[in-house]
Write a protein that binds this ligand. Structure first.
Ligand SMILES: [Zn+2]
Length: 369
């Protein structure tokens, strides 16, 4: 099997967060736990700021081929910092898609069944808090949505889902590119990796690097350009350069690495079905996932950038409509908000996100006790 080398920035990187004005943040801790199938995972935990009324735990779920650190770019006041300052106990989970962990050919199902139920159970046990809230992003949102809609996370009460959820849809060019990539590059390697731009270890990696070099001229950051190539079609795909400060643009070089082809194959199946579909045969995931009522009472807000070039905003509107179609009459409905000038990941990394995006998230999570 073609397994990628370890990412260049090793496990246990210190996270140093810029504090909101007048606030002294606690240090970020690491808490290990074991998923339901024995996979070792961890949290990067940021406790609430001292002296602020506590608001309970929030789990933050990153996307694929990145890690918990992704929520913590160096130059801005981050969402974890703002949540801590607002009294939340922040649990950034390195689920099995994390580049800090052993590479594996996982699917959304594996995380839905084994990672998130164990993660929520661990948070509840340590905090002695009955309920948990969540902020979930990209493929982390897919896996989490599969889990919660299958009834596996009954203790989760409020969710902010960014970019995509139950009904993924991509731009036409990406919808053509993905099956082509599966039929060609996907047969040469078991993992794609934006680090191929810096360290191409195989023939397939060198082919990808050549393809990126001839098609991407939008900046000089090889990992930025490879990320654009791997995650859709755009120049760049995951953010707008105007939204990133120079430090964050440099920093992403160490934040993107291996992602298994198995996940892209499942994503293709989901795009064809127009909703999440399981890739394994776990009895925990209902056959009618994405059609039957989600097995949760959690309140979601679905957020996305109006310029999202990874998953289309209209797909997030469809997820919102799907969840609302199953809300009992008279019950509170789910939220939806589209952010002008933002795309996929600059919702968390943008230099003005602490002013333009994060207050909406903090407010949504603060509404219920
Ligand atoms: Zn770039």
């Amino acid at each position: 099997m073609n397994v990628p080398a370890a990412p260049p920035d090793p496990l246990q990187t210190d996270i140093v967060l810029r504090s909101p004005a007048g606030v002294r943040l606690p240090p970020v801790e690491t808490v290990w736990f074991t998923a339901g199938d024995g996979f070792r995972l961890n949290f990067r935990r940021l406790r609430p700021v001292d002296g602020v009324p506590p608001r309970g735990p929030v789990m933050m779920v990153h996307g694929a081929g990145v890690r918990a650190n992704l929520f913590c770019p160096p130059g801005i006041v981050t969402l974890p910092a703002m949540l801590s300052a607002a009294g939340f106990d922040v649990w950034m989970v390195n689920w099995r898609a994390s580049i800090d962990l052993e590479p594996s050919e996982y699917t959304l199902d594996d995380a839905a069944v084994f990672d998130f139920p164990a993660a929520v159970s661990t948070i509840r046990e340590i905090t002695e808090h009955d309920t948990v809230k969540a902020v979930v992003h990209c493929q982390g949102s897919h896996a989490f949505t599969m889990s919660i809609a299958s009834g596996l996370l009954p203790e989760v009460t409020r969710v902010v889902a960014n970019s995509t959820a139950m009904t993924p849809k991509v731009r036409r060019a990406a919808a053509i590119k993905l099956p082509l990539a599966m039929a060609t590059l996907g047969r040469l390697t078991n993992f794609f990796d934006p680090q191929f731009g810096l360290y191409p270890p195989s023939f397939a990696a060198k082919v990808m690097d050549f393809m990126v070099d001839v098609t991407h001229h939008e900046c000089r950051n090889k990992v930025c350009k490879h990320s654009s190539f791997v995650y859709g079609v755009g120049f760049p795909t995951l953010w707008s350069h105007r939204n990133l400060d120079a430090g964050t643009h440099d920093w992403i070089s160490g934040e993107f690495a291996h992602v298994p082809v198995s996940l892209f194959r499942q994503t293709l199946d989901c795009l064809v079905a127009k909703h999440l579909v399981p890739a394994r045969d776990y009895r925990e995931i209902p056959e009618l996932l994405g059609i039957e009522a989600p097995r949760t009472t959690a309140k979601f807000t679905f957020i996305t950038g109006a310029d999202n070039r990874t998953f289309l905003p209209e797909a997030m509107r469809a997820s919102h409509a799907f969840f609302n179609s199953h809300v009992p009459a008279g019950s509170p409905r789910h939220g939806f908000k589209e952010f002008e000038g933002y795309g996929h990941l600059d919702m968390f990394l943008g230099k003005h996100a602490s002013v333009e995006v994060f207050p909406h998230i903090v407010e949504w999570l603060s509404e219920d006790p």
